[in-house]
Design a protein around this ligand. Structure first.
Ligand SMILES: N[C@@H](CCC(=O)N[C@@H](CS)C(=O)NCC(=O)O)C(=O)O
Length: 244
């Protein structure tokens, strides 16, 4: 039976599509993966069918036979364990990848995500109410970038010479820095790492799922408008009680 990936073209979604392509690149014979697009602008994340796959009502979600998995980093770990490859080493160094994976899930994702929301998706909120969160999330994002920059000193990838699930988790958030307006340009190792990861053919393929290939690096005005106007649904506070 095919695996099903319920997802959207957003940073948390790209983690999994990049992972699938990097596994193929590593020579893993993956079963067929059926893509089930979730239109967040149409609030499909709140449908009963998707809630079965992801009780948290956020993409991505994976169904593999009887097993359903939510949370992008849990999906990365699931795929990495099920299909062994250098993306998650089997020796002691696996803990390097796992700790940086959790660092992304607990720090980079929420911080960059919140900075993005206040920067792009809350135009109806007066600036004086946004100033504090904007500053707080920007400061924390800059702190995380300093941590990442230090970790990348003398290393091509977060855990050393080879790409791991730690890079796959962090990259989609950091690459979107122009959209979230988190300036990475003062962190030379991070800038070089973003370019290095982007140059990988599997990453290019992973970023193209259900998304126009010629807009991977630079969105058209129309796409920017669509994300800006519908972004509030991507970072919604819809109550779980409102599910019909
Ligand atoms: N911690 C979750 C975060 C997932 C998440 O925030 N997904 C966003 C898209 S990037 C989403 O589904 N938003 C819809 C909503 O908030 O209603 C993960 O890593 O999977």
């Amino acid at each position: 039976m095919a695996m099903e990936l319920w997802t959207s073209p957003t940073p948390n979604g790209w983690k999994v599509t990049i992972m699938l392509e990097e596994l193929k690149e590593a020579g893993v014979a993956l079963p067929e993966v059926k893509l089930v697009p979730i239109d967040l602008f149409q609030r499909q994340q709140f449908s009963d069918a998707f809630t079965e796959v992801s009780p948290n009502q956020k993409i991505p979600g994976l169904r593999d036979g009887d097993k359903t998995i939510m949370e992008s980093c849990a999906i990365l770990l699931y795929l990495a364990e099920k299909y062994p490859s250098p993306l998650l080493p089997t020796d002691e160094s696996r803990w390097d990848a796992i700790q940086w994976l959790f660092w992304q899930a607990a720090g980079v994702g929420p911080t960059f995500g919140n900075k993005l929301s206040y920067t792009r998706y809350m135009d109806d909120i007066p600036m004086e109410q946004k100033e504090h969160p904007l500053q707080r999330f920007n400061n924390e994002a800059q702190r995380l970038l300093r941590v990442l920059n230090r970790q990348l000193e003398g290393r091509d990838y977060i855990c050393g010479d080879g790409l791991t699930i730690a890079d796959i988790a962090a990259y989609p958030w950091v690459r979107g820095w122009k959209w979230s307006k988190v300036d990475i340009t003062g962190h030379a190792n991070v800038v070089a790492w973003v370019d290095r990861v982007r140059a990988r053919p599997a990453v290019e393929r992973g970023l193209s799922y259900d998304f126009a290939q010629d807009e991977i690096d630079s969105w058209s005005e129309e796409t920017r408008k669509r994300y800006a106007s519908g972004g509030a649904s991507i970072a919604s506070n819809e109550s779980i009680a409102s599910v019909s």
